[in-house]
Design a protein around this ligand. Structure first.
Ligand SMILES: [Zn+2]
Length: 423
């Protein structure tokens, strides 16, 4: 890379740490979605004096948006001096709940050795800070650059992204006419490039029964036994079939290179009795049983096939099992997304990793999902990757931290990528 840019980024090490600390100290907890306005104002105060045109956009009416918890987003754009591509860095500003087991202040931004600690340090305020430093250093080094740089801070990634990237995509912010390259600095490690993620389908399945006295179950119809038949059919047909399907996506960990399904909840029959209730339960045949399924599917599978396979099992039971009836309610649908290995943003960042770190990057895909799904499906922008500092395994854990040297190195990679794309 140009020595100048590398030195500039090195010189901003303290600034990068302070920026990360400041971001951690704004407790953007989601749910419920706190302090989104504050973090956007902070980013505007940082970027506007550096020549970025800043727009604050509230995702009015998005899931979770209310006057008490408005879903604020920021898009900051710095124009170059001549026409060219636009490179967009997208970071989510929300963090998950603190949870138990911390030995550091989760919102203190404590620095210890080469680490900054705090909720969101790794997922992903460290990545956001690194992209800001990379962009600022690049603009100072190459004031005559072509095209444009955008930095967005978006809400709600941890709860589906509907009040964040999905909303911005619907407003045209990720239109390929406007933006050509997207880098999402999620914590995938500074030497890995994440090409995409698997798809998902969350649904609730309810089996129906008929309430009756528990001493005469033959006068009713037990919804829990019907659900037992559903679970048996899943064990016999669905799980073995899913285990056969392997993806060409480089998903890590490797166990997620097949189709998977989690059954994340089951509820049936009478409500659980309050802990402080000392009486006995009443005897009833349950007339309803519900499960929530979390089916993760591969880029090689179609959504219709994934849904059809489960509906087929339920319809089969309806045809073969006396009095079997069910409802199926979709909760969420995630399209799988996978950027080509030879897409421009992939090859550019890969070269930048090689030049800065002296090694070839690993290409990976995510078992879960992140905001790439909205950029792909709604924005119709395919040239998108996740690349950023941090150890993914630390995300959402107690004593979450981000490595300072890792942030500096990944900022150099991002800066080098900007040099390749915009000069
Ligand atoms: Zn994240």
């Amino acid at each position: 890379m140009s020595d100048g840019l590398s030195k500039r980024i090195e010189g901003k090490r303290d600034d990068l740490v302070a920026l990360t600390q400041d971001l951690i100290r704004i407790p953007t907890l989601n749910p419920p979605g706190d302090c989104y306005r504050e973090v956007c104002e902070y980013l505007r105060a940082r970027l506007a004096p550096r020549g970025f045109d800043c727009q604050l956009i509230r995702a009015t009416g998005a899931p979770g948006d209310s006057d008490r918890y408005p879903r604020w987003n920021i898009v900051a754009r710095r124009e170059g001096t001549r026409p060219g591509d636009c490179v967009h860095f997208n970071s989510h500003t929300d963090v998950v709940e603190v949870g138990r087991g911390w030995t550091r202040d989760p919102f203190g931004g404590e620095v210890d050795g080469d680490r900054v600690y705090g909720r969101g340090a790794c997922d992903m305020k460290g990545g956001l800070a690194a992209s800001i430093i990379a962009a600022e250093a690049f603009v100072e080094e190459h004031p005559d650059f072509a095209g444009a740089i955008e930095i967005s801070g978006t809400a709600d990634e941890e709860s589906g992204g509907y009040g964040g990237v999905a909303y911005l995509a619907e407003q045209g912010f990720f239109n390929p006419e406007r933006v050509q390259h997207v880098i999402i600095p999620e914590p995938l490690n500074k030497d890995r490039i994440c090409l995409g993620h698997r798809g998902g389908w969350w649904a609730e399945i309810e089996t129906k029964g008929e309430i009756a006295h528990g001493s005469m179950p033959f006068l009713g119809d037990c919804a829990i036994r019907h659900m037992g038949a559903v679970l048996d059919a899943f064990e016999e047909q669905l799980f073995p079939a899913m285990a056969q399907r392997r993806t060409a996506m480089p998903v890590v960990p490797e166990g997620a290179r097949q189709s998977t399904m989690n059954i994340s909840a089951i509820h049936g029959g009478s409500e659980e009795l309050p802990k402080d209730y000392s009486g006995l339960p009443a005897c009833c045949v349950p007339d309803s049983c519900r499960i929530v399924i979390d089916r993760r599917y591969l880029v090689e599978e179609s959504f219709d096939a994934v849904q059809g396979e489960i509906v087929g099992i339920l319809e089969g039971l309806k045809a073969s099992r006396d009095r079997f009836d069910y409802d199926l309610r979709e909760i969420n649908r995630i399209v799988p997304s996978m950027t080509d290995r030879d897409a421009p943003v992939v090859t550019t960042v890969a070269e930048a990793v090689r030049e800065v770190l002296g090694k070839a990057p690993d290409f990976v895909a995510s078992p879960g999902s992140y905001d790439q799904k909205h950029i792909d499906r709604i924005g119709r922008l395919k040239n998108c990757i996740a690349y950023g500092p941090g150890v993914l395994d630390l995300a959402h854990k107690p004593d979450e931290w981000i490595g300072i040297t890792d942030m500096v190195d990944s900022a150099k990679v991002m800066g080098r990528a900007l040099e390749k794309l915009l000069t």
